[in-house]
Design a protein around this ligand. Structure first.
Ligand code: FAD
Length: 480
């Protein structure tokens, strides 16, 4: 019997799990995938928005501004890459200048600090590679960039180390309300819980429909990206947004926390929630935008393309509430952009709702004295001093063997991330945690080595190692 069952281990579910692990509770975190953070959290712009986009009074506006301010502390506690590099919403025409002014005013209403309207000359002093026809911009100094899946993985690791139980490959197929709480059914298990928290991303409407008549419809909306090599990572210094339109916040050009350049996303409604393909039209659209916005950009430096799916709803706001006709069941749904930015504040808000529910039911939450907010940093061998490197190799010679030559990742680092709580079991899981395969060759050289290490460390056959999702086998048999 669990006190709380959380469905979905993206940024929303992992944040809530970690926040609730501060209390004496038996918490179960379920996900249908074979790894954490394999939904929208692994494919987005990675921006910690300042908070001027959403309309005043909306949950999005409140929680974005609040969440943004919480980022420094959480990323420090968990050793997650986060940089407050500032963001610009650019205006190349008089009409765009008007839109930028509207955003500025909305930002002030929402309580966004350090927000400025700047002219073209000031933009050029910040961004020398921007098209010199720039007329002005909204400059939000609190805008930042983060490693989104790194954050979710770190939250999950810290939550597990603080007592949360994680179960992967558990697609929730049915939920029954019982006298004792809820019966949550997956293909091979039935779990009993007092409280259920629905953080199922684009599938949150299906989960909601399991406990009562479905109360909202998720509209999947895809955004496509190009990721560029680190050689052009310094083409821009801040997050550069195009002027927003009806379709969305506008296309963005930004550096990533690891020093690559990211360009995207598009915005296109879909019928299929799992449709993460990239298209000629989508990639051409973002390419045209980049050519118009920067003095020059070479597409020879694109190392990969990908897309992510937003969980939109007609009301355009987050849905975070206890379901009115199903006490103890909480929806944390429609966590569309700025969900990543708002996530710390969403978690805090959900804890308030859960606390109120527990108080009402005479089960007041008790703080867990042993809660440890800190997580050990990932080992970054190449950033160590010569003495530290030598000492580490002496202790464990696997730190002397470089596996990924693009990103300079050693075997020791890979072994470390496999054996952490909620550690990697797939090739892309290793890539997301330690970065082998993230460079120019995209795993062409290190992929087979990573498979060997995974098989050895997990005690499984190499043929069983998958690239990413369930069934994404790489090897089909021996050729010699
Ligand atoms: C193109 C794009 C760009 C974006 N850019 C930004 C940005 O720059 N800044 C920002 O703040 N936000 C951004 N967002 C929004 C942000 O990415 C999302 O708000 C956030 O990732 C949502 O996290 P989540 O945990 O709610 O959903 P997800 O990460 O999708 O997690 C949901 C989880 O639920 C699991 N699940 C689903 N169904 C079931 C089931 N039946 N049983 C068990 N598990 C299940 C899934 O496997 C998944 O792991 C962007 C989104 C997109 C698509």
């Amino acid at each position: 019997m669990w006190d709380i069952i959380i469905i979905g281990a993206g940024i929303t579910g992992t944040f809530i799990a970690r926040e609730l692990s501060k209390f004496d509770l038996r918490i179960l975190l379920l996900d249908k995938e074979n790894d954490l953070s394999n939904g929208t959290t692994k494919a987005n712009s990675a921006i910690v928005h300042a908070g001027y986009d959403a309309k005043k009074g909306s949950l999005k506006a409140q929680l974005n501004v609040k969440g943004n301010a919480m980022y420094d502390q959480i990323c420090e506690e968990l050793h997650v890459p986060f940089k407050r590099i500032g963001s610009l919403v650019t205006a190349f025409t008089d009409d765009e200048l008007k839109t930028v002014k509207t955003l500025y005013e909305r930002g002030l209403e929402n309580g966004v600090p350090d927000l400025h309207l700047i002219d073209g000359k000031e933009v050029l002093s910040l961004e020398k590679n921007i098209n010199p026809s720039i007329k002005g911009a909204l400059y939000a100094k609190t805008g930042g960039i983060v490693g989104p899946w790194e954050l979710a993985l770190a939250l999950a690791e810290n939550a597990i180390d603080n007592g949360v139980k994680l179960k992967l490959n558990q697609e929730v197929t049915d939920i029954q309300k019982t006298v004792a709480g809820f019966q949550v059914r997956t293909k091979d298990n039935v779990y009993q819980g007092d409280i259920v928290i629905n953080c199922a991303g684009v599938h949150a409407d299906t989960i909601d429909g399991m406990v009562h008549e479905k109360s909202f419809e998720i509209i999947p909306n895809r955004g496509e990206y190009n990721l560029f090599d680190k050689s052009v990572g310094d083409l821009v210094n801040t997050v550069i947004f195009g002027c927003p339109t009806q379709a969305g916040k506008g296309i963005v050009i930004l550096p990533t926390v690891h020093g690559n350049l990211l360009l995207g996303p598009t915005a296109e409604n879909l019928d299929n929630k799992e449709d993460t393909k990239t298209t000629f039209h989508g990639l051409t659209t973002i390419g045209e935008y980049a050519k118009k916005t920067l003095r020059e950009i070479s597409f020879q430096n694109v190392i990969t393309s990908f897309s992510g799916v937003r969980a939109k709803v007609a009301t355009e706001d987050f849905i975070i509430e206890e379901v009115i006709d199903c006490s103890g069941f909480f929806n944390v749904a429609a966590i569309d952009s700025p969900g990543l930015s708002a996530a710390p504040a969403i978690a805090e808000y959900v804890v308030q709702l859960v606390t109120a529910y527990c108080d009402k039911n005479h089960k007041a939450l008790k703080n867990k004295e042993s809660f440890n907010p800190h997580r050990r940093a990932n080992i970054n061998f190449m950033e160590l001093s010569l003495q530290e490197k030598q000492a580490l190799i002496k202790k464990d010679p696997r730190f002397g063997r470089v596996i990924c030559r693009c990103e300079n990742i050693t075997e020791g680092e890979i072994v470390d991330i496999i054996h952490r709580s909620g550690g990697a079991t797939t090739v892309d899981g290793v890539k997301r945690r330690a970065r082998p395969g993230s460079g120019r060759c995209q795993g062409g050289f290190c992929g087979p080595r990573v498979m060997e290490i995974l098989a050895r460390e997990l005690g499984t056959k190499i043929e069983e190692i998958v690239k990413d999702g369930v069934g994404s086998y790489i090897l089909t048999g021996k050729t010699k």
